[in-house]
Design a protein around this ligand. Structure first.
Ligand SMILES: Nc1ncnc2c1ncn2[C@@H]1O[C@H](COP(=O)(O)OP(=O)(O)OP(=O)(O)O)[C@@H](O)[C@H]1O
Ligand SMILES: CCCCCCCCCCCCC/C=C/[C@@H](O)[C@H](CO)NC(=O)CCCCC
Ligand SMILES: [Ca+2]
Length: 505
């Protein structure tokens, strides 16, 4: 925390919504050997802790101390400011915190204890902290806990840990409402308990794409001020069996293969993705199959838009209104969907379905820079078979400002539902007696030199592996909420204005 001293004639402007706490100042701890109040016989003081916005969407906690001789006046100020804070009804008072001690660089516990817990305590937030001992511990616990006691759930970890907590919360919500998750057409019940993400994983793409930075203090402050960001969630089914939910990337081929390989190298920490990424790039496998999807006609945007989803996004707001109208009309009844399906067959290096941009420190604009957080759609990115050099050109564009969709071998669609069946499964279903296929080994029969893999790939579902050669995906508009506000526009400008006001007044 940084301290700030306001000298005579100087003023400070902070909106109440960005005040973290107000406290009487302990004069024994505070040095007051400079300034006009130094001459005060018996000074009284209070400190206001507030959000300071820095560059690149980073927030930190700053403070300013006010001094006066009149004790009563000082107390009146403290009281008045505390009353103003009480009016901030969206702020959480009681949180349930899950820490994955093994995510990312295994720093989750330290990050929480050193950077986050002191801020929660400053903001008078009570917490029940649960350190996980195994995978799915948090998810299982969410089915047992008295959830109504909490104003939110915080997960300290990476995308995988977030996914676990999300599955626990959504699953619990459906169970309590008697909704069968195995029915792919069931209208799911919205989850109103917000999730806060304290990034301590390897990619932290969900945090980065919803806050604009992967920084534990920034995320803690978004939780404290009670931000709320709705989020689309896609459900993944196979043959009327629920498999998983996804909010960031559902990827087959390249990203699935990276993940599968990297799971064996967890001991490497976040570096495992670089190692497996390089290996998978060299292997250059493509996969054959059939894709069907329903275009998302209800939303105004397109994946080729130049504008990205930002705080208060009008496209997401419009989807929210549509959702509310639909609920009024049909309640929880399933609405028959007659919309057309498009079918594409081919050989692909990567099939990616993204519910959000998937921006992360490795790729600051993400896999689909114009994807929206809460518009009820996902972007389907198809990377067809191409040369290694072309695929590298495509990948490099994830790291610079060039358009990664401007390639003849890349197609992108905004969809509301999607299906995939691998060629292998189609062949097995249509011709189970074709023994030659079973004996031919792993690679393409027609072109042994080509890299088309007859074996299936794996799905990368928010960083968790999922093996299924046929899936059915459906986007559920704004199924859940995060303690975030989306990425703020002109953050630098905002921070410059704040400091200008501070200097001027
Ligand atoms: N105590 C635990 N021991 C082992 N695994 C755990 C434990 N707690 C949670 N997990 C599992 O660890 C997996 C990975 O965790 P997490 O997402 O936090 O880190 P990561 O994979 O390094 O980061 P990212 O997902 O951002 O790439 C999750 O699937 C989660 O279910
Ligand atoms: C020559 C330079 C080429 C550089 C190419 C960089 C491309 C980076 C794109 C990153 C996209 C991340 C998508 C997010 C996926 C997460 O749900 C998942 C879980 O955390 N992470 C990964 O699968 C980890 C995926 C890691 C991929 C490397
Ligand atoms: Ca979306």
């Amino acid at each position: 925390m940084k301290g700030k001293k306001i000298e005579d004639g100087e003023n400070c402007f902070v909106p109440t919504s960005e005040i973290i706490a107000v406290e009487e100042t302990d004069l024994n701890k505070k040095q007051h050997n400079s300034g006009k109040w130094q001459k005060m016989a018996k000074p009284h003081a209070f400190t206001v802790y507030y959000v300071k916005k820095a560059r690149n969407h980073r927030w930190w906690c700053s403070d300013v101390t006010f001094w006066c001789v009149d004790e009563q006046l000082c107390n009146q100020w403290i009281q008045a400011l505390k009353e103003l804070l009480e009016l901030q009804k969206a702020r959480p008072k009681q949180l349930l915190v899950y820490i994955n001690p093994y995510g990312g660089k295994r720093q989750g516990k330290r990050i929480y204890e050193q950077k986050v817990a002191p801020l929660f305590s400053l903001a008078s937030i009570s917490t029940d902290v649960f350190i996980t001992e195994r995978a799915n511990h948090a998810k299982d616990n969410l089915f047992e806990v008295n959830i109504n006691k909490y104003d939110g759930v915080v997960c300290v970890g990476g995308d995988g840990m977030f996914s676990e907590v999300m599955h626990g919360l959504i699953g619990r919500m459906q169970k309590d409402s008697g909704i069968d998750q195995n029915n792919p057409k069931a209208p799911l019940v919205q989850c109103n308990i917000r999730i806060g993400i304290i990034p301590a994983g390897s990619t932290d793409c969900i945090c980065y794409s919803t806050v604009g930075i992967s920084d534990p203090v920034t995320s803690a402050l978004h939780i404290i001020v009670g931000d709320s960001q709705p989020l689309d969630v896609s459900s993944v089914h196979h043959n009327n069996t629920f498999l998983k939910y996804t909010v960031s990337l559902l990827g087959y081929g390249f990203y699935g293969d990276i993940l599968k390989d990297s799971e064996k190298k967890r001991w490497m920490g976040p570096m495992r993705y670089d190692y497996s990424g390089f290996k998978t790039f060299l292997s250059h496998h493509c996969y054959e199959g059939t894709i069907s999807f329903q275009p998302a006609k209800h939303t105004l945007g397109s994946p080729r838009d130049k504008d990205s989803c930002r705080t208060g996004c009008h496209i997401c707001r419009q989807s929210e209104q549509q959702l509310a109208e639909q609920r009024k009309k049909c309640g929880l009844k399933h609405e028959e969907d007659e919309e057309e399906w498009k079918v594409i067959k081919g050989k692909f290096l990567a099939i990616n379905v993204v519910n959000m941009s998937c921006a992360c420190p490795r790729s600051p604009k993400g896999l689909s820079p114009a994807a929206h957080l809460a518009d009820g759609s996902a972007d389907l990115i198809l990377v067809r078979k191409c040369s290694r050099f072309d695929f590298l050109r495509y990948l490099v564009r994830h790291t610079n400002q060039d358009d990664q969709f401007d390639f003849s071998f890349v197609d992108v669609y905004r969809v509301k539902s999607f299906q995939f069946t691998s060629k292998l499964l189609e062949d097995n279903e249509s011709d189970v007696t074709d023994i030659g296929k079973k004996h031919f080994g792993q690679f393409c029969r027609d072109h042994p030199a080509c890299c088309c893999n007859i074996a299936n790939s794996t799905w990368n579902c928010d960083g968790e592996t999922l093996d299924s050669s046929a899936i059915e995906v459906r986007v559920h508009c704004q199924l859940m909420k995060l303690f975030a506000r989306g990425i703020e526009e002109n953050c630098k400008e905002a921070s410059r204005n704040q400091s200008r006001v501070e200097q001027l007044l």
